[in-house]
Design a protein around this ligand. Structure first.
Ligand SMILES: [Ca+2]
Length: 172
């Protein structure tokens, strides 16, 4: 029993970062989205993967508009957020190919006027208008997309049940 409680505790510790954020569900695809703090595009990519997701990928105008509509309330005053696009060949050539972190096809684009301008091989979205910008590695905020995440309430209920059971058993 003690082992089981330890395992559940450990599992909670591992998954708990997922519940430290406010999630918004896009009704169009059922995916959950959140904003995370980071120190760079690559740091954000790792943190997104640790949450079981990836830096947001924009498949079409509808998803772009949905992301734009939740950005401002979720990340007020952050100006721009990291999104999941980059240039594998890096450098300062804005015309070099751009790709999504998931490998899905890079067909829809929503570059801002005059972008990409060769500022860097990493993708950002402006909070104000949902348009895209190319930039360098360092930025402190990113937008993350994941598939459906487990209900925290049901996991907490399971955890509480197991804990109470363990305490009762120990008292006998
Ligand atoms: Ca730029």
């Amino acid at each position: 029993m003690k082992t089981l409680v330890s395992v559940v505790l450990l599992a909670l510790l591992v998954i708990s970062p997922a519940f430290a954020y406010e999630w918004e569900v896009n009704p169009a695809n059922g995916h959950s989205y959140t904003v995370i703090d980071c120190v760079s595009w690559t740091d954000a990519k790792s943190k997104a993967e640790a949450l079981g997701g990836y830096l947001v990928t924009i498949s079409d105008a509808a998803e772009n508009e949905w992301v734009r509509s939740v950005l401002s309330p979720m990340a007020p005053g952050r100006w721009a957020v990291i999104i999941g696009m980059y240039q594998p060949n890096g450098g300062s050539d804005p015309s070099a190919p751009w790709v999504w972190v998931t490998g899905e096809s890079f067909t829809y684009t929503n570059w801002d006027v005059g972008q990409p301008s060769g500022d860097g091989p990493y993708g950002y979205m402006f909070e104000e208008n949902g348009k895209w910008n190319d930039g360098q590695l360092n930025w402190p905020v990113a937008f993350v997309e994941v598939g459906p995440i487990p209900e925290p309430t049901s996991i907490l209920a399971l955890f509480s049940g197991i804990t109470i059971f363990g305490i009762l058993k120990r008292r006998r």
